[in-house]
Design a protein around this ligand. Structure first.
Ligand code: FMN
Length: 329
């Protein structure tokens, strides 16, 4: 049954979704997630208790996290029912943002497989509207609320306003599509102040999501500043900044399997350097069971995916969890 669902989605992706113009494929995919009650099918879940992990002191039923991309709470609710150990909201900002104009997402074929380049630019409804949306979200899984901003005050406002709905909070300091956010990694002293201010603003566990483009600064300054502030979860990492003339911004964030080698290397280096002080989420390029296993073997506490959820479909969750459960026997 699982294998049949895997083959069926591969055929759907190859035959239909990957042939539609990107925007039409996104709309169709999101319509499907909003309206089709696929979460009622037990096929997607693996409730093996041996899969449970602790992340920032919070128990996740399994270590697979849906990465930040969706703000629609109907989709987040559905994803919680598709077997993920936790799901992450889109990065939310203080005021609503329309995002960058289209084209803001294109497919890319790399030697490692299918990925995307996006310049989404934090399209989101803003803090006030999102407070109302999260208040109405029935909870059936662990929720990571992601915050972004262009000043310490903006991050603190978003965190303060949304913390009550979150099991964990993720600070996005690494999106390649918003200059002030992306370039904040060049100012680690300011990031240190941000971490202290956010730590003081909430008792919830905080995750810092770092960029694969700033490996050395992450290791030498950003992760130490997070630990100093009492933040002990790092998500490495976000999409990688690349030039892309097809996008409205002529550049964007590369996601998908081309990121995997750097993700594994970064996880290993962070684990070696910081030992058990740090919980690490491996993100970037995890689109197959063997890749999730490799991320955990490299030292990650949990792993996150977005591109794989699109290119391999919701059945990827079950495939990954089955393989991880097999490894824990
Ligand atoms: C269209 C799109 C929108 C995204 N929006 C966000 C965002 O709002 N905040 C964030 O931290 N990451 C965002 N990401 C990055 C993903 O969460 C993830 O970190 C990245 O795609 C690498 O993982 P992957 O290779 O599994 O896709 C976005 C990625 C895509 C493709």
């Amino acid at each position: 049954m699982v294998r049949a669902a895997d083959l069926a989605y591969r055929a759907l992706y190859r035959g239909v979704l990957s042939r539609l113009p990107e925007q039409a494929a996104i709309s169709l995919g999101q319509w499907g997630l909003r309206t089709l009650p696929i979460d009622r099918l037990p096929i997607f879940r693996n409730a093996d208790p041996r899969l449970a992990v602790a992340l920032g002191g919070v128990r996740l039923p399994n270590p697979l996290i849906l990465s930040s991309m969706y703000y629609d709470t109907r989709i987040l609710y559905r994803a919680m029912g598709l077997g993920f150990g936790a799901v992450t909201t889109k990065s939310i900002t203080r005021l609503p943002r329309p995002g960058h104009p289209r084209p803001n997402l294109v497919r890319i074929e790399t030697a490692e497989g299918s990925g995307f380049v996006n310049c989404n630019g934090f399209k989101n409804p803003g803090l006030e509207a999102y407070r109302a949306a999260l208040a109405a979200l029935p909870r059936r899984g662990i929720l990571i609320v992601a915050a972004a901003g262009e000043s310490v005050e903006e991050y603190v406002d978003v965190v303060t306003g949304l913390a009550e709905f979150a099991d964990l909070i993720e600070l996005n300091i690494s999106s390649p599509n918003t200059r002030l956010v992306y370039e904040s990694s060049q100012r680690p002293a300011e990031l240190g102040k941000l971490f202290q201010a956010v730590r003081a603003a909430t008792a919830k566990p905080v995750i810092v999501k770092v960029s694969p483009d700033y490996r050395q600064t992450n290791e030498e300054a950003i992760v130490p500043a997070a630990l100093d502030a009492g933040i002990r979860v790092v998500h490495c990492g976000n999409a990688r900044r690349v030039e892309e003339p097809r996008l409205s911004q002529r550049a964007g964030g590369l996601s998908g399997p081309a990121l995997l080698a750097a993700t594994l290397d970064n996880v290993r280096r962070l684990r070696d350097r910081f030992g058990a002080d740090l919980d690490i989420i491996a993100g970037g390029g995890i689109d197959a069971p063997s890749k999730a296993r490799a991320a955990l073997a490299a030292g990650a506490t949990a792993c996150a995916c977005f591109t794989g959820f699109i290119t391999r479909g919701p059945i990827l969750v079950r495939l990954i969890l089955d393989e991880l459960a097999e490894g824990r026997k």
